[in-house]
Design a protein around this ligand. Sequence first.
Ligand SMILES: [Fe+2]
Length: 588
Amino acid sequence: MNILGVSAHYHDSAAALVIDGQPFCAVQEERLSRHKGDAAFPMLAIEWCLEHAGLEPEALDAVVFYERPMLKFDRILTCALRAFPHSWGTFPKAMKNTLGEKVWMRGIISSRLGVPGRKVLFTEHHQSHAAATFLTAPTSRAAILTADGVGEWATLSVGRGEQNTNGGTEINLLREIRFPHSLGMLYSTFTAYLGFRVNEGEYKVMGLAAYGRPTMTDKVHQLIQRTSDGAFSLNLDYFEYHTTARRSYSDRFIELFGPPRDPYAPIDLETADGSRFADCAASVQQVLGDTLVEMTQALHQETALPDLCLGGGVALNGVANARILAESGFERLFVPPAPGDAGCALGAALYADRIHFGNPHRDMPDHPFWGPSIDGEELARLAREDGHPVDQLDDDLLIDQIADDLAAGRIVGWMDGALEFGPRALGHRSILAAPHAIEIRDQLNREIKFREEFRPFAPVAPVEAADKYFELPQGGARLSRFMSGVFPVRPVWRSRLQAITHIDGTARLQALERDMSPRLYSLLEAYGQRTGIPVLLNTSFNLAGEPIVNRVAEGYSTFLRCGIDVLVADRTRVTKRATARRKEDVRA
Ligand SMILES: [Fe+2]
């Protein structure tokens, strides 16, 4: 059975193809269109999925859209009517921005793909999130919590998933919290207030939080209160996102927290305003973590299950995830590589397969590499045409050479196999560097990533060695499989892991199993033999404002436009013609 899942029209559109109950391929539209966070109907992603599988649209048994457009329409209309006449001026714009052509999704999918309307199915948004996390996790019974900004009405749902002994699957979402009460919107409101782009800048809030102290949690608690039924409610006097598309926070919010940050002004933590913004970030991070911990503690008591599957964009918050693992009572915490809306494309397809069609459970490949692959020969051809030095080596020699490069302080663009699905580079489209000296971090920020200095870089280490360098609680290695948790770097190693240790002594580790990415694993071993520490800095292979590179040509273009010294695709290694500059050895 061939099922195509589609997410679109909010942010980060994607398509995913499930064949006979297992993912076959999946890709975000932005990786193909090269528009970061592309929210368009993902025609490029759909076409690539079908072509990759060798399928014509008529071979599809179903196309599943990741939410119910009419329910979303209902929510937007209801909110506009409630806010009338305040919403009068902005309602048409909000309708256009938020819905656009989306209400007519069945017709759009049917006409653009050439499939009959009866084959177009819809899942609820949080069902898609729940399926994306539970149906890809190596567990047969788990509690589920999904949290995001908003889908149709739900912003947070809790429930449980189970594989029956007869091979069937159940996903039961027991309760939900509804818009405008939303943990995702609370965090996004602070994201906007702190001058970052909503749906992109939430990472920056989390990074900035480490520089501040949670001195304003009392104020944040004026915005969000727990309710007697275990849920929460927001005090809507402080928000405007539910009534207007112009601004998410109200004048009362500004009265409480002070003037918002100018997005174009640098954050200077030495100034009063700079430290106020950092404290703001730390305070909302603290309250988000507290709220999630309390809710997951209650869910653990209610379900008495050892496993929890987390989904939705809020599950990208690695600091909160680590707290949930440590404090909720759940022994294992699963977060998929794409917990956000892109991952809903895969979730929707899997939900239809198991629940709508009732197909039997299949074990899931436990990796994120579902996108287009790369061709080292293409890199060799491009580089030779431009006169850059090219080596084509067998695997062992190449790994040794790249380990030497990294130990000599060179920064490496690393392309290997199929593209990751989800926002994180997990070793197939990564920029790799020595993790030891602070200068490497500064160089990456200045010459390559062109981004804010307060954002930390992540490390990757073999799972067997992870515990030596990082303080991983029980279940921490699993949470680190897809870089979903932030954990302390062991103090004794911090001075030798400066480039990946955040200001608060933590790191968002990827704990790598050999099977998941054998070549990167071998590289870590080879690097460890040279430096004594098998840990590398691993950041996504893209420049600020651009999507992660997909094809060789994009990696090559990025390599030429920034300070990356060495580019690898498959077994081809390229250096820059003018790279005569010598670097000091950075052996640990
Ligand atoms: Fe969502």
